[in-house]
Design a protein around this ligand. Sequence first.
Ligand code: GLP
Length: 256
Amino acid sequence: MTAAGPTLLVLDDAAQAAAYVGQEVVRTLAQAPATVIGLATGATMRPVHAWLVAAHRRGDVSFAAATSFNLDEYVGLEPQHPCSFAATMRTALFDHADFAPGHIHLLDGGAPDLAAEAERYEAAMGRAGWIGLQLLGIGRNGHIGFNEPGSALESVTRVVSLSPETRAANRAAFGAETVPERALTVGIGTILRASRILLLATGPEKADAVSAAWAGPIRPQCPASALHLHPAACFVCDRQAASAIDQAFWTRSTGR
Ligand code: GLP
């Protein structure tokens, strides 16, 4: 761990940790309404999306001037497929907030030319000035987005193969359907271009991944360890996800 590395914020439970991330999005948009936000999916992010919808309904936040880019998508799933991250995002957030439709960016898992789709997306992020505030979850194997262990730290948006453990972890969302074997993901190098990064981790099943990422060393086998290369990254954890890290490193917050 380097002195200028990421910070670690530990909140009491998953609800408080999600609320903290939601509040940071609201604060960021209050200061800079046209911020480019990097959005993530996964069970961990569900309460963040719900928190943002509630804040929008209260009139506390508008996304009208913001731009969003989602992190990843399954290959082979059209945006209309109910298990796609595109559909998940519509149901969880976009259908209940005031994002301008032309400002929502999603990878198309059904694109006929996946390499071209990845290139298109990376270029669109560049044109938007890269991400201002990037939200991340973390896989049990330390992945960020769908950058599985072994991904190059300088990787860009591309097609990847999903590991058996990641497919198993995401099986619940697919019911009787087979979990796709490949995905499109924003790269680690692209993620590191963001001005600010908040990685949210909750629950005991993330404790080992969080600890490995936090402790370092920076290595492709633990993609989230790349956050040590970023000047403004924060691990936002509940007590369970931080439980394998020495409490001497914990910064506590009441969640405000
Ligand atoms: C998923 C997503 C990631 C997500 C991570 C954790 O597979 N591709 O973007 O952050 O794995 O997911 P969860 O929050 O469901 O544990």
